[in-house]
Design a protein around this ligand. Structure first.
Ligand SMILES: [Zn+2]
Length: 343
């Protein structure tokens, strides 16, 4: 069924006297302008409509027999043809069919029956075009990156409208269920396995889950763009993980066995005696799976912290420490600063 009310010659920008060659050239030139794959955003759906219109115009005007009928009957040439055929058949059987009138309600009813079950794009003609690829974001925690994860996603997939059997029309009117699209969107839940160790921004391809194809074309693919959620505890650097490890001054001085977090269970680690602030402890193989195989490492960065408040006893002990003679910890810093300030 014609989906455009525009004049086919107008669509191609040609006069009625255009030659077959003019039609071919105009079609090629316009197809390059309005092909939906060349556009994005709000422009895309507008271009899809124009491209459809263009293909329809070309299909009819490039076929001399169809063009002749179109020139004679106008936009409803197909229906008029079919109508006249049934009328001839009815006349041959001795029945008196209704008179031909372009427009009227009876006209539409008959053609609805004649073309029932024929989808708008399902007649096998026109270009088979692969469906668009779709892209959507999927959020992963670092723990999910560590193990890999199966994500459930609900997609809105087009299925043929059961009210109008995909034709988009019901008794000559726009189908109320699908608003004339011939298809409705139905939620479909799929499970997608995301492998361990993916990087932020990785695109995982799910074949055949993009938009449906046109005229028997293959469906597009669905791409899941991985976005790794910022983590307050674990900072990622490639396949390595970095964690700040708070340590009391006496633990740093004397050494200690402390619990440290990993992406899985916490583990016991040894803080060596005499540890310095910003010193790093390495937990081999406790990072993320690496692309080259194996795992990265987990690094604990020592942060020397004070207890939130000092008890009287602690204050007394710090007092004793202060009484002991130490080299000035700022001596080197002061010497460096002095050298720099001299001309
Ligand atoms: Zn419908």
């Amino acid at each position: 069924m014609a989906t455009t009310s525009r004049d086919y010659y107008q669509v191609l920008g040609l006069p009625k006297s255009a030659s077959a060659d003019d039609i071919k050239k105009a079609y090629r030139r316009l197809a390059r302008q309005v092909h939906p794959d060349l556009h994005s955003g709000s422009k895309k759906s507008e271009m899809e409509k124009k491209f459809k219109e263009l293909n329809e115009a070309h299909e009819v005007l490039s076929d001399p027999a169809k063009r002749k009928k179109y020139d004679h009957h106008g936009a409803n040439w197909e229906q008029a043809e079919a109508y006249e055929q049934t009328r001839r058949q009815a006349a041959a059987r001795g029945e008196s069919g209704p008179e031909f009138s372009s427009g009227g309600e009876g006209f539409s009813d008959i053609f609805e029956n004649l073309f029932k079950g024929r989808g708008r794009s399902g007649n096998g003609r026109g270009f088979a075009r692969q469906g668009e690829d779709l892209e959507t974001e999927v959020q992963l925690t670092l723990a999910e990156v560590f193990t890999g994860v199966t994500k459930r996603m609900t997609l809105q997939e087009p299925v043929p409208c059961s009210t109008c059997h995909g034709s988009g029309a019901l008794r000559g009117r726009t189908c109320p269920t699908c608003q004339g699209h011939g298809a409705i969107l139905q939620p479909n839940t799929i499970e997608v396995r995301i492998p361990a160790g993916v990087q932020d921004g990785t695109r995982v391809r799910v074949a055949g889950k993009g938009q449906a194809g046109v005229n028997g074309g293959k469906p597009g693919d669905l791409y899941l763009r991985v976005a790794i959620t910022q983590d307050k505890v674990f900072r990622r650097q490639g396949s390595d993980i970095h964690v700040s490890l708070p340590v009391f001054p006496w633990e740093a001085a004397l050494g200690a066995d402390v619990m440290a977090p990993t992406l899985m269970e916490p583990v016991r680690v040894k803080v060596p005696p005499g540890s310095k602030s910003e010193g790093k402890l390495r937990l081999k193989g406790k990072g993320l799976p690496a692309a080259a195989g194996g795992h990265g490492d987990l690094f604990l960065t020592i942060q020397i912290v004070m207890p939130p408040s000092l008890t009287d006893e602690e204050r007394k002990l710090y007092d004793q420490l202060r009484a002991i003679e130490h080299p000035d910890p700022r001596a080197e810093l002061l010497a460096q600063a002095k050298r720099r300030s001299q001309p």
